[in-house]
Design a protein around this ligand. Structure first.
Ligand code: ADP
Length: 169
């Protein structure tokens, strides 16, 4: 009898910083796959608020009280996503789709990734409505201007933003 192949998914992104929207997608992915690796993009040319090691650390801390349906781990990677995916024998890539504004970029990226690795499918998941307009860049803009971050972020991320922006309420 053939052994069932483990369905491992990579959920790649910048996660600068991780939000409850990202975690929502992760919960959904953990129902569909046997294992999920959160792939934190290490891109030296892209300016981020938190460096890659800090982003990985914030995700790990944010996962502590989460209960997923499959094992989830966090790794950073540099270079081509499909190379990282192949190295990990990934079955699929997971991305979140919010508003229509995500579509064009995501479509281009999915087709380019398929071109490089035809046997790795990209799967798009929609978050709960309350996260549809949530993005890490919006969070950073609100934090810089000392706005209220409400319930959009895991506690460790709120604490890290308090350190970066001491006047935050
Ligand atoms: P990237 O720079 O690769 O877009 P992000 O960290 O912004 O990195 O996003 C990583 C993935 O998570 C993307 O697929 C993005 O669409 C998705 N995502 C980000 N925020 C949300 C959210 N609020 N709800 C659902 N998906 C999200």
């Amino acid at each position: 009898m053939a052994l069932k192949k483990k369905r491992l998914a990579i959920y790649p992104g910048t996660f600068d910083p991780v939000t409850n929207g990202h975690l929502d997608i992760l919960h959904r992915a953990s129902i569909l796959f046997d294992e999920v690796i959160i792939g934190v993009v290490e891109n030296p040319t892209k300016k981020t608020l938190f460096d890659a090691a800090h982003r990985v650390n914030l995700i790990n801390k944010s996962l502590i009280n989460c209960h997923f349906k499959c094992p989830v781990r966090v790794e950073s990677f540099e270079g081509l996503l499909v190379r990282f995916a192949k190295k990990n024998k990934a079955y699929a890539l997971v991305r979140g789709l919010r508003a229509v504004s995500d579509f064009d970029y995501e479509f281009q990226m999915a087709l380019m990734n398929r071109h490089q690795a035809p046997d790795i499918e990209t799967v798009y998941l929609m978050p709960d409505e309350k996260y549809v307009y949530l993005s890490s860049s919006m969070i950073k803009a609100v934090a810089r201007h000392k706005g209220n971050l409400g319930s959009f972020l895991p506690k460790p991320v709120i604490n890290a933003l308090f350190k970066k922006f001491p006047d935050l309420k």
